[in-house]
Design a protein around this ligand. Structure first.
Ligand SMILES: Cc1cc2nc3c(=O)[nH]c(=O)nc-3n(C[C@H](O)[C@H](O)[C@H](O)COP(=O)(O)OP(=O)(O)OC[C@H]3O[C@@H](n4cnc5c(N)ncnc54)[C@H](O)[C@@H]3O)c2cc1C
Length: 478
């Protein structure tokens, strides 16, 4: 068991939503927690929650609590997606004994259990960096700057998903801190219903039972990987990317190989890219040849460390913009469907030309049909493991809040166009298939996320959060 991040716990119960962050600061790593009282304030009108902040300050240190106007407050209230920013009453920044030397000592306690206990406030970049010296990794995020907490509690599609399943399929325990300060482990053997609910139903079950502060994940041996990013602006190359992606998704059965193909409209121009991944220093010949043969405007593919591959992804370019995600469940990627994806992305970009749109991005995420076989246990997402649907991603970034409505309408139109095309191809069961909660648009009905699991999740909700405190926080509510 490896432990390398323990957020300060005593004050977590004062908040409806908590996010913890780590950041390098010279030769120190500071651990910070963000306490959002704004949802509580919304419930009760403009109630003043400074007393909650005062309690937090007296529990740790007055200098560790920051209020609106301070730079630390501003920084910790910002989010990858500006449209998800949620100003809090204050920000608490615990400076516990968890400095780098403690963290390092704990990391060195790598035991035979082959699991790692990870603080939910970390970014995957931090996790991979800490594990890399030990020759192990986990089935976590694929690109830089994604958080452990939301990613894991929603499901988690990883570069290792073809080999080991979703991130939730590799969880052996959740650590919760209860409102009274007690620390409890949620495991299959102790509370199988809550263990099931925490795997895919995001933050629905947390307050009454506690706040998830750590997640125990299986580790896997990790050596050098091969991969990186190829970008295309040439129309022939963009067309070729669709054909190569369709061929990869039907022909490549090697579970160490994985790709993400993006068909984008970026600042007024068609733009495409593919992220290639092979879990080994040299992919077998043939797997990625079609992609490598396309004339690229940018190529960043090499044998490298796992962390280096994660950091090489250009995901941060839309940090701080307004964002919508949406999703379409896809079984098979045909060349014709990917042609439509390319054309639809360009058409959507052109339709939104008069708005503050920066990027309209459609991302094919092919996975092997066996990915759900790695875990026989029930999970909140997906509600059926009888068949695998890949999470095709619609990701849109823009700047002006006044454009939110028109962009949402186009996102929905694109989703419907692509869904209809898949149905016309014979993939008719996608209309009832599970939608990935971490990609679903804000107003997606929970029935589409949790389907036949919904009655069990509602019963669980009634048991662990009878007063619906977590209903005050954002996200999909059962
Ligand atoms: C650039 C980018 C790349 C992505 N790539 C992938 C990918 O490869 N695979 C994939 O599966 N998904 C991917 N996603 C989607 C990602 O899984 C979701 O955006 C996820 O919500 C990110 O988690 P977070 O902790 O960073 O986000 P946050 O916005 O901080 O949290 C999301 C939700 O989780 C809740 N939450 C977070 N931490 C906790 C906690 N400790 N306890 C209780 N609730 C908590 C929050 O309340 C919130 O409702 C990507 C997203 C982005 C922006």
């Amino acid at each position: 068991m490896v432990r390398f991040m323990v957020p300060t716990l005593a004050v977590l119960a004062a908040s409806a939503a908590v996010t913890c962050h780590s950041r390098p600061d010279g030769d120190r790593v500071q651990l910070q927690s963000r306490y959002s009282a704004s949802d509580l304030a919304k419930r009760d009108g403009q109630k003043d929650y400074t007393h909650v902040c005062s309690r937090i300050a007296s529990s740790i240190s007055p200098s560790a609590v920051h209020y609106p106007g301070s730079p630390v407050y501003t920084w910790l209230n910002s989010h990858f997606s500006a449209s998800s920013n949620q100003p809090s009453a204050c920000v608490a920044e615990p400076r516990s004994a968890l400095d780098v030397s403690t963290i390092a000592k704990r990391v060195l306690r790598l035991l035979a259990s082959q699991t790692v206990e990870i603080g939910t406030g970390l970014k995957w970049d931090d996790v991979y960096a800490a594990l890399e010296p030990h020759g192990v990794s986990v089935a976590g995020g694929r690109v830089t700057d994604v958080g452990v907490g939301g990613f894991t509690l929603g499901g988690g599609y990883s570069w290792k998903t073809n080999q080991h399943g979703l991130t939730i399929d590799t969880v052996s325990a959740f650590e919760l801190v209860k409102p009274n300060g007690d620390v409890v482990k949620v495991m299959e053997a102790h509370d199988s219903e809550l263990f099931f609910g925490l795997k895919g139903a995001s933050n629905n079950f947390l307050f009454f039972k506690g706040i998830v502060t750590k997640i125990t994940l299986k580790t896997f041996a990790q050596g050098q990987v091969w991969g990186g990013f190829l970008a295309f602006t040439d129309p022939q190359a963009i067309a070729g990317l669709g054909a190569a992606t369709a061929k990869f998704s039907t022909q490549v059965k090697d579970p160490k190989a994985s790709i993400l193909s993006s068909f984008s409209y970026l600042q007024g121009n068609p733009f495409s890219g593919v992220q290639l991944f092979y879990d080994g220093p040299n992919p077998p010949p043939g797997i990625f040849d079609d992609f490598l043969a396309l004339p690229s405007s940018l190529a960043n593919v090499s044998t490298r460390s796992h962390l280096s591959l994660i950091l090489s992804t250009p995901a941060n370019e839309t940090y701080g913009l307004r964002t919508y995600f949406d999703t379409v469940p896809v079984v098979d990627y045909s060349p014709e469907f990917l042609e439509l994806v390319r054309d639809t992305s360009a058409a959507a970009g052109q339709e939104l030309a008069s708005t503050s749109l920066l990027m309209f991005n459609l991302v094919a995420e092919p996975f092997l049909p066996t990915i759900l076989s790695h875990n026989p246990s029930r999970t909140a997402y997906p509600f059926t493991r009888a068949k695998m649907y890949t999470p095709f991603n619609i990701a849109v970034s823009w700047t002006n809040a006044t454009d939110d409505k028109v962009i949402a309408e186009v996102v929905k139109k694109v989703r419907n166009t692509l869904s209809k095309a898949l149905v016309a191809e014979g993939q008719s069961d996608i209309v009832d298939a599970p939608l990935y909660p971490n990609y679903a648009l804000y107003d997606t009905p929970v029935e589409r996320l949790y389907g036949s699991n919904l009655p069990a999740l509602k019963a669980l909700k009634a048991r662990v959060d009878p007063t619906n405190v977590m209903g005050l926080a954002g996200g999909f509510k059962v």
